[in-house]
Design a protein around this ligand. Sequence first.
Ligand code: FAD
Length: 381
Amino acid sequence: MDLTQTAEVAAFRAEARAWLAEHVPDSPLPSLETAEGFTAHRAWEARLQTGGWSAVSWPEEYGGRGVDIERWLVFEEEYWAAGAPGRVSQNGISLLAPTLFDHGTPEQRARVLPPMASGEVIWAQAWSEPEAGSDLASLTSRARRTGGGWLLSGQKTWSSRAAFADRAFGIFRTDPEAAKPHQGLTYLMFDLRAPGVTVRPIGRLDGKPAFAELFLDEVFVPDEDVIGEPGQGWRIAMSTTGNERGLTLRSPGRFLAAADRLVALWRAAGDPGDTALRDRVADAVVGARAYELFTWAGATRFAAGERIGAESSLNKVFWSQYDIALHETALDLLGADAELAEGAWAEPWVFSLAGPIYAGTNEIQRDIIAERLLGLPKGRR
Ligand SMILES: Cc1cc2nc3c(=O)[nH]c(=O)nc-3n(C[C@H](O)[C@H](O)[C@H](O)COP(=O)(O)OP(=O)(O)OC[C@H]3O[C@@H](n4cnc5c(N)ncnc54)[C@H](O)[C@@H]3O)c2cc1C
């Protein structure tokens, strides 16, 4: 891994930094998990895209800058260091877009990607069901053939931001007679405002209303919104999970920026005599740097043509635990009352607690690490 920065990469970094310095809102936007915040974040996505910074790694024809993974990581570092808003388009940009690049048609990419980059269409992920979370292949929502398309019925749950999003992507059972649970599934995109869709918010620990469950009653989806071949949904979905757990959901830039903020907090509020807490601040900085190096090593291999497969489970377990430790350190620094307040540390702390659950629970990731990376025997299931 060569971390020497070329003149071209330095110029790219400087361009991103200058644009962000000029455009990032002076004060934080309201939470994107609220109606007001969702609207404000949508407007931010549009603004970001006027500078061409929404999806820098996409080809230019879809509104990206066609940059390589190294520049994408550099952009992410600059983005979070500038204190820029959380990305309300993340489900689309990190999960659906890579799926369309691998399995979609040129027509789907041309139709779906530009409005995704500008925040005009915001996507929700509709995978989980009440009885199909970790064991996703046991999902029962179905898609039935009809003239020119499919009719979706069933229930999806735990859908992030679905209360305010425009469209969703998910997998549906199209062949109930298939020999195995992961066969006979189809990957589809659908409109959250189509007739037959009911979106019901689910209460979250932080009280924000964007998280939702979806009830689908004969929802029509045209053939053009099937991704890949009908029946191949599982294979396609598995290429999405590598993205979700690996690089795209949590790039190191976010943690490097948070660790810097934690150091600033320690300098402002820390008790020099509390060496135990001081060591936890230092651990947070070391952890962010370690994650950065691990990510760059993975990115180097990716750029050389290697696929990131089970290795992405290592990222997932690491960042989700790191995120909790970092925020708990900040709260301990601020004192117990900080847990009760909304604010720069309390709100992201509450969300960090969900990290070991979403994007595949850490128990499942550890099974993958044990079996596929370490070659240990399969556990009893
Ligand atoms: C904040 C948040 C956002 C989310 N966003 C989305 C979203 O946008 N779209 C979406 O589709 N889903 C989303 N999810 C759902 C998430 O992916 C699921 O919660 C997760 O996959 C776990 O599924 P489950 O909740 O059904 O738990 P279960 O699968 O029932 O698991 C319960 C417990 O049993 C353990 N367990 C289960 N099976 C095994 C096994 N074989 N070996 C060892 N342990 C096991 C699990 O690790 C867990 O601890 C979100 C969840 C959260 C918390």
